[in-house]
Design a protein around this ligand. Structure first.
Ligand code: NCD
Length: 337
């Protein structure tokens, strides 16, 4: 695809070569994310960061990525602080705010809303999550993490065995990740969820059409026994009509160190888009896994900065200039990775 000036709304936009290009650029961002070098390549550029749903990682890592490239960030959070609360349409908001930014990252609770906003925007828009539909930058950073975690074992993404666990109906991260996996070969995917929270049928069909072997299950232990990656997810309580309904599923599948030791292969990588729900009745990933070296969740969150830097550099067409506007840092930097 042509990255310069493009919106990033869905993983459907990418071919395998595009994903590989993003990953190559992300690798080049490491000295900057690790604070060994700084670059001013986007000096003067403005990111409009618009998050109309709770967000920690996605919002802050989009902002950090832009800052690390030398740009500035204008944040808008919550409908109540915008004229949308006065009845302004997404169209008008997009027409106006795109006049104040060079690129926009946006999260919104309604499916398709970020696409609607992008259609009226005069600058590129990146989808930071639209309802339960898609979360393309998360899928890219998830896949980048999968690739990095298994690279030391001499393996690539093709032929991997992956289990996805939890709320597969409303989880936009797993929707985007499953669609992205369709670009790769001979993968085996086990989808573990309560029957009511299964992966939407059209995504399962799409994976099978792409040649992936897909099995659906309601049994955690047996499903994680022979996989390279376990990708756990939170029950998306904000998508249920009542808390009581969400409570029916919370805590249904819990992975802890004892289950891991007894059922997983020794090097199985544990992932989660985060936030993990650490309340007593949930705990889909127990804190007792924190010292497990295969728990990749914080490396995964770190990778968000690399991948988002890569997206900005590609969309704003500065990949080849990043190193020209760089120098070593002159302050103490803690080792991050
Ligand atoms: C996810 C999201 O918002 O879809 N979080 C994230 O962006 N890392 C997953 C979640 O909220 O459960």
């Amino acid at each position: 695809m042509q990255f310069a000036g493009s919106h990033i709304l869905s993983v459907h936009q990418f071919e395998r070569a595009d994903v590989e290009r993003i990953f190559t650029v992300a690798d080049r961002m490491e000295p900057y994310a690790q604070r060994r070098r700084i670059t001013r390549v986007l000096e003067g550029a403005i990111l409009g960061s618009m998050f109309f749903e709770p967000s920690t990682r996605t919002r802050v890592s989009f902002g950090s990525a832009f800052n690390l490239l030398g740009g500035e960030v204008r944040e808008t959070t919550g409908f109540e602080s915008t004229a949308i609360a006065k009845g302004e349409s997404l169209y008008d908001t997009a027409r106006v705010l795109s006049g104040y930014s060079d690129v926009i990252a946006m999260r919104h609770p309604a499916e398709g809303s970020v696409g609607e906003f992008a259609a009226a925007s005069r600058v590129p828009v990146i989808n930071g999550g639209d309802g339960s539909n898609e979360h393309p930058s998360q899928a890219l950073l998830d896949l980048y993490t999968i690739k990095s975690e298994i690279a030391g074992r001499g393996r690539g993404i093709d032929q991997l065995r992956i289990a996805m666990v939890g709320d597969l109906r409303y989880g936009r991260t797993v929707h985007s990740l499953c669609k992205l996996l369709c670009l790769f070969d001979q993968l085996q995917v086990v989808l573990v969820s309560p029957g009511e929270l299964r992966m939407p049928g059209e995504i399962v069909e799409q994976m099978r059409r792409a040649g992936l072997e897909v099995v659906e299950s309601e049994q955690l232990e047996a499903s994680i026994a022979h996989v390279d990656i376990v990708y756990s997810t939170r029950i998306q309580e904000e998508r249920f009509s009542t808390q009581e309904e969400a409570d029916l599923y919370r805590g249904r599948f819990r992975l802890n160190q004892s289950i891991y030791t007894h059922h997983c292969e020794p090097n199985t990588v544990i992932m989660h888009p985060l936030p993990r729900d650490s309340r007593d009745n949930a705990q889909e990933l127990d804190d007792d896994l924190n010292d497990n070296p295969n728990l990749a969740i914080f490396r995964q969150a770190d990778n968000g900065v690399l991948v988002r830097m890569a997206l900005f550099a590609l969309i704003l067409d500065v990949v080849d200039q990043v190193d020209q506007h760089a120098r070593d840092v002159n302050w103490y930097t803690a080792r991050r990775f």
